[in-house]
Design a protein. Structure first.
Length: 259
């Protein structure tokens, strides 16, 4: 009976080792904001990934004097949007003045072109970068938009009518106290697009000062955990082999009794 008990414990131990080994390669975390260590911040609440540098365009431009030209060229010199009074055809012709490499500010078309460029160069091994989405709700606190969720829910900032900017910046660098573009157009008048101001923590869209031609900041975001690395097939094969060994040992070990 003692030998049988020890054998059963050995089975369970080997099975537990196999499961532990396989689970050790999964990326499981209970935290809402996860610093991946790759210049990316994963929000597992919304299942999206931000660039850790909230003014990445400026950072990139500081070391690449040809960046603006490269962005324009990578987009074929144009950005397509909903036809409006600025570009009735829905085709906006990009120009260098849409970008401010010194401050990192971009007009809406330049911001769209910028994330398009990041996709062209497969930035951080990912090619589905975009501007954040807006819930198209004007006012404060706007926690429903992606930027609003980040500002209020994840970074724990409060609405600041005095415009003091985000007190808590968490793991982000260069999170500016100003206005950030979203990729969501204002449907009644697509000459405008929705924005989120980190100065106060509010969303807006259609003030004359916030038409697409004004220059704000842009922080790229992507769906899912951009930094996630699929478990290599060799690991699954090893796990499967160990599972097979466990199963085989269960079949082959003789049954012992005390009698």
């Amino acid at each position: 009976m003692l030998i049988q008990l020890m054998t059963t414990k050995s089975k369970h131990a080997l099975a537990g080792f196999t499961i532990t080994l396989m689970l050790s390669f999964s990326n499981v975390s209970l935290a809402a904001l996860i610093n991946t260590g790759k210049g990316l911040i994963y929000d597992n609440d919304l299942n999206i990934t931000w660039t850790q540098d909230a003014n990445l365009f400026k950072t990139m431009a500081a070391t690449n004097p040809n960046l603006v030209k490269q962005i324009i060229d990578s987009n074929g010199g144009v950005i397509h949007d909903t036809p409006n009074s600025v570009d009735p055809s829905g085709t906006y012709n990009l120009k260098a003045s849409d970008f401010n490499a010194t401050t990192g500010r971009l007009d809406w078309w330049a911001a769209k072109a910028y994330v398009g460029y990041l996709n062209q160069i497969n930035y951080d091994n990912y090619n589905h970068w975009r501007l954040p989405n807006s819930d198209a709700v004007f006012g404060f606190p706007d926690t429903g938009s992606e930027l609003g969720h980040l500002y209020y829910t994840e970074l724990k900032n409060s609405f600041n009518a005095g415009g003091g900017g985000p007190v808590n910046k968490g793991p982000f660098s260069n999170l500016e106290s100003y206005v950030y573009w979203t990729g969501t157009e204002y449907k009644p008048n697509p000459r405008a697009a929705w924005y989120f101001t980190t100065t106060a923590g509010a969303s807006g869209c259609c003030d004359i000062f916030y038409y697409k031609g004004i220059q704000f900041y842009a922080i790229p975001v992507g769906n899912g955990d951009v930094s996630a690395v699929p478990i290599p097939a060799s690991i699954w094969m090893m796990g499967g082999a160990l599972s097979g060994m466990v199963s085989y040992s269960w079949r082959k070990l003789p049954a012992y009794s005390a009698g």
